[in-house]
Structure formats: C-alpha cells, structure tokens
Design a protein around this ligand. Structure first.
Ligand code: IDP
Length: 150
C-alpha cells in the first residue's frame, strides 16, 4: 500500500471548541505520523487558493469568510493510503450523512462549520501542503518520498 501525505486542517469552529487534541489523538491512534503542525490565521488569498475548486459555488464567499475568521490548526500527516483513510475518518460533508464514529459524525452539526478539512486526492494534497508549509519545514522520515508512489 502506498505511503502518502495529506493536508489536514482543524477549522476555526474546531479550534474554538477545543478539538485539536481529539483530532490529533485519532490520527495518532490510527498509526499515522505527524510531519508538521501550526496554529495560524490565514489570509484571504491563501483561503481562496485553498478552496479554488469551489470558487463558482454560491457558498464560496461565506466559506472564505469562515476559514479566515479565526485561527486554524494546519497539519501534514503521513501514512499508508492516508488520503482515502483520513477521508473516511473525517466523514461526509453533510451532518445528515456523516456517520457516528467519524470526526464530523461525532462533532459537527453544520455543513459549513464542520470542524475539519482533509485533502481529497494526491494532487490536492500536494497543492494544499505547499500552500500552507515551506517544504523544508516538513519532517522527512521516508528518504525516498515522494518517488515511491509515482
Ligand atoms: P469536504 O470538506 O467534505 O471535502 P467540499 O465539497 O470540498 O467538502 O466543501 C469544502 C467545504 O465547503 C466543506 O467542508 C464545508 O465547510 C463547505 N461547504 C460545502 N458545501 C457547503 C454548503 O452547501 N453550504 C455551506 N458550506 C458548504
């Protein structure tokens, strides 16, 4: 199974509600490895770039407002098939569909303010990690990365 990296972000509602520790705990328990993390307030430009695939959606403005409204906790994690596995740990976007046991199923009841973001593909993960972190600041455990999965 491929070792992958993903970008995970606790959104402002999750930070305010004190869910950073709970989220780190779930990823550590699963066996994933934290490569970098930072509490930060993000610029409008960074937020718009992060969500560029959604720029035509009616809720885009509201989403950018929300994500820049207060601190987020940005992280890079590494592990086997982490893109797909972390998406299933996070749960569906809609609170009506997010199953109990998933992070959103257990902690979110709004579609907009839903605690956590996780990259949905290798390409998005690469772009999102580069948007938030200097590549030299990311802990390197696997000297062959990223060539082993291409
Ligand atoms: P995802 O976060 O589950 O991958 P996306 O469809 O990529 O879902 O949407 C990104 C984020 O945009 C969501 O996590 C949520 O915060 C927000 N969002 C998605 N759909 C809606 C909506 O219908 N109304 C308001 N906000 C939404």
């Amino acid at each position: 199974m491929p070792i992958q990296r993903t970008f995970i972000m606790v959104k402002p509602d999750g930070v305010k509600r004190g869910l950073i520790g709970e989220i780190i705990k779930r990823f550590e328990q699963k066996g994933f490895t934290l490569l970098n993390a930072e509490l930060m307030t993000i610029s409008r430009e960074k937020a718009e770039y992060h969500y560029m695939e959604l720029q035509d959606k009616p809720f885009f403005g509201e989403l950018v407002e929300f994500i820049t409204s207060d601190s987020v906790f940005a992280m890079v994690w590494e592990g086997e098939n982490i893109i797909e596995v972390s998406r299933s740990m996070i749960g569906k976007t809609s609170p009506l569909e997010a199953l109990p046991g998933t992070i959103r199923g257990d902690f979110a009841c709004s579609k907009a303010e839903n605690v956590i973001h996780g990259s949905d593909s290798l390409l998005s993960a690469e772009r999102e990690i580069a948007n938030f972190f200097d590549p030299l600041s990311i802990r390197s455990l696997n000297k062959d990365f990223p060539f082993d999965e291409r």
